[in-house]
Design a protein around this ligand. Structure first.
Ligand code: NA7
Length: 538
């Protein structure tokens, strides 16, 4: 069917990463006609774009994966404890082939505009190539960390070397051999890439604004015995993920860090440090709710940094002081702090001496100049709202999403926005996704959206739309939830939009826990989509 120049479908999904691929699979099973529009040249989303050296997932491979197909999770073999970017991309390509997804994915199409047409009740989408699509349902699967944040440092355009952002890495790779490299940023990405670049580069200068806590990953090969155990127990593992706060299948200790002796606490932290990974957060129940409890973990990590880094002045610069552990997304690493013991690595504290400009041949701070051949910006993303606002989204009556969110995002359950009917946002702001193991949240969001669309068909509804009241109530609930935690104490967190100059400071993810969130979503659905305005078909 054609509507003017547009290709007409039941649903258009934007993005072909973990979220868009599964959304396509679910909508197809409902018999809907669907196109997925993807800016990249292949599937994978985050794992298509983030090809920087050392790119790896911080969740463990056996559960950073889809759970919807028992055959899929039984047949796929992971090779490492933490999957490297190429392996995850191989996995997602395998999924695309196995479920024959590609025939409905259109690559190399960046959606620039989505406008609700009041006459037809359809969303009209336009791509950068001028193609048009029209659909009843407009579903965003654009990711949370996909809009690159490149700092506007004066002089960048005059730099005669090469510069890169980690989230837009050249597919052919970059050879740093014999080159003087600067890395700006010490978030999860910087912390993964710094040790790998240091091994190649002639010299590496790290420009650090905020020192970070990091836990050793302790990566290693996937042991066959462990793989067998996981595959025999997938049901229980998946259940545990769904019943958890963060979507990881960890046993979280029920004890307070303050309920045990100092000696016992130390032994618990030592064991977790040795075991490695994000599970460190699960050592005690109250690390994110009690500052006093958190201090014990933060101090333990600070001591580890001082022990690891030989030069005391460098160690002091690397010791985080401005935020409690895990109030910013905690990185995990392989030899991150050890890297500062290398002769070819220099740490520059740009909080102390800010970057003033980039010159033809390097970076100049307020106190020194650093000649460089390459600059790597590991400076993160315009998180959550960035990729949505990159599309010109206009609801009925021409109201723009940009205008609605001018003081920060507002959503109902992170899945819908009042004033934007039949638009669904997978992993939108207001959902817990970025505080969780991403595929776990994604599967829940996609299933909920697919069930909602099925319900609409069963009840002959043409439109579904969150009410302003439901949206306000969700915002208040989310606000209460985050204030029961220490998360608001991290003033420089991307959760708050603080990494992007001029962005409204609003805590964007839902911090009430994944299991609580899921329960709420299920209750809303069971009550016939409470909080949504439902318009019957004409
Ligand atoms: P992050 O976590 O946002 O880290 C970006 C880093 O870049 C962080 O250290 C920033 O310092 C630093 N940064 C940002 N802008 C500047 C400027 N203008 N000058 C100096 N330094 C700057 O991004 P990542 O890519 O590491 O990780 C994103 C998520 O991906 C991660 O949390 C996981 O969920 C996966 P700041 O801390 O803002 O002072």
């Amino acid at each position: 069917e054609a509507d003017g120049q547009a290709r007409v479908l039941d649903a258009v999904v934007v993005g072909a990463g973990f979220a868009g691929m599964y959304m396509l699979h679910r909508l197809r099973s409902l018999g809907l006609s669907v196109s997925v529009l993807e800016a990249g040249g292949g599937v994978g989303g985050t794992w298509y774009w983030n090809r920087y050296p050392g790119a790896r997932c911080d969740s463990e491979s056996y559960y950073y994966s889809y759970s919807f197909s028992e055959e899929l999770q039984q047949e796929w073999q992971w090779t490492e404890r933490y999957p490297e970017q190429p392996e995850i991309l191989r996995y997602l390509n395998h999924v695309a082939d196995r479920f024959d997804l590609r025939r409905d994915i259109r690559f190399g199409r960046r959606v620039t505009e989505a406008v609700f047409d009041d006459d037809t009740g359809r969303w009209q989408l336009r791509t950068d190539g001028g193609e048009r699509y029209a659909a009843r349902f407009f579903i965003t699967a654009v990711g949370c960390l996909s809009s690159a944040n490149i700092p506007r440092i004066p002089g960048l355009d005059t730099f005669e070397g090469e510069w890169f952002h980690t989230g837009r890495w050249p597919h052919e790779g970059v050879d740093f051999t014999g080159r003087r490299v600067g890395v700006v940023g010490t978030g999860s990405t910087g912390i993964q890439t710094i040790p790998v670049i240091a091994e190649q580069a002639e010299h590496l200068t790290v420009f650090q604004r905020t020192a970070n806590y990091s836990i050793p990953a302790r990566n290693g090969p996937m042991e066959p015995a462990f793989q067998r155990e996981v595959k025999a127990n997938y049901d229980a593992i998946r259940r545990k993920q769904r019943d958890s706060t963060n979507g990881h299948p960890f046993d979280v200790s029920p004890r307070s860090a303050l309920s045990v002796s100092e000696e016992e606490r130390r032994a618990v932290y030592e064991a977790a440090w040795k075991r490695g990974g994000l599970q460190f957060r699960a050592t005690f129940a109250d690390l994110l709710t009690s500052k006093e409890a958190n201090d014990t973990a933060s101090e333990f990590i600070r001591a580890k940094i001082r022990e690891t880094v030989r030069d005391p002045a460098t160690a002091e610069k690397l010791v985080p002081r401005d935020h409690p552990f895990a109030t910013k997304r905690p990185p995990i690493d392989t030899d991150y702090f050890e890297t500062y013991n290398r002769d070819n690595v220099t740490l520059v504290d740009v909080r102390e001496s800010p970057i003033v400009e980039i010159t033809r041949d390097g970076v100049r701070t307020s106190s020194a100049s650093y000649p460089l051949d390459c600059i790597v910006f590991a400076t993160g993303f315009d998180a959550l709202t960035g990729p949505l606002l990159d599309i010109d989204i206009r609801g009925p009556g021409g109201r723009t999403l940009r205008d609605k969110w001018s003081e920060g995002p507002r959503t109902y359950l992170g899945l819908q926005v009042a004033g934007f009917p039949n638009m669904f946002t997978i992993t939108g702001p207001g959902s817990p996704s970025v505080l969780t193991n991403m595929p776990t949240s994604i599967e829940q969001h996609v299933d909920w959206i697919a069930d909602c669309i099925e319900y609409m068909r069963g009840h002959e509804l043409e439109r579904i739309e969150a009410t302003e009241e439901a949206e306000d109530a969700w915002g208040e609930h989310a606000d209460e939830a985050v204030h029961r935690t220490l998360l608001p104490m991290a003033a420089t967190s991307w959760y708050l939009g603080a990494n992007v100059p001029g962005k409204p400071r609003v805590f964007m993810p839902y911090a009430g826990g994944f299991a609580t969130y899921t329960r709420k979503c299920d209750e809303v659905a069971a009550a016939g989509y409470e909080g949504f305005l439902r318009t019957p078909a004409r």
